[in-house]
Ligand binder design. Structure first.
Ligand SMILES: [Zn+2]
Length: 98
C-alpha cells in the first residue's frame, strides 16, 4: 500500500479513497465523476459533476465496487456501467504497472 504522508507543511487538497478510506493528496488519486452522461473516470480531474476519489489499486477498486462508490456518487450504476468503468480502471492499472 502507499505510504501515508508524514507532514502537512504545504497545502495539498486531501481526498478520501472510496476503496480503503485512506486520506491522500488529490493528485495521487483517480477521480470518478458522475456527469450528465453517467459515471465516468475523470483523468483530467476537472469534469463537472459529483466526484469520488480512488487509488489506482485493484483492492481499492474491488472494495469501492461493493457499494461505497455508488454511495459517494449517490447513484445506482447498471451492470453495464460498472463493467465499462472496470475496463477503464484496468487500463489505468496496466499503465501504472508498465
Ligand atoms: Zn485506496
Amino acid at each position: 500500500m502507499s505510504p501515508k504522508p508524514k507532514c502537512r507543511g504545504r497545502h495539498i487538497p486531501q481526498r478520501t479513497c472510496v476503496g480503503c478510506r485512506e486520506v491522500q493528496g488529490k493528485r495521487t488519486l483517480i477521480r470518478i465523476v458522475r456527469g450528465p452522461e453517467g459515471v465516468a473516470i475523470d483523468r483530467s480531474g476537472k469534469a463537472p459533476g459529483r466526484g469520488a476519489y480512488i487509488h489506482a489499486d485493484q483492492d481499492c477498486w474491488a472494495a469501492a465496487m461493493k457499494g461505497s462508490l455508488e454511495g459517494a456518487l449517490k447513484v445506482k450504476m447498471s451492470e453495464k456501467e460498472q463493467k465499462k468503468l472496470e475496463q477503464v480502471m484496468k487500463n489505468i492499472f496496466d499503465e501504472q504497472n508498465g
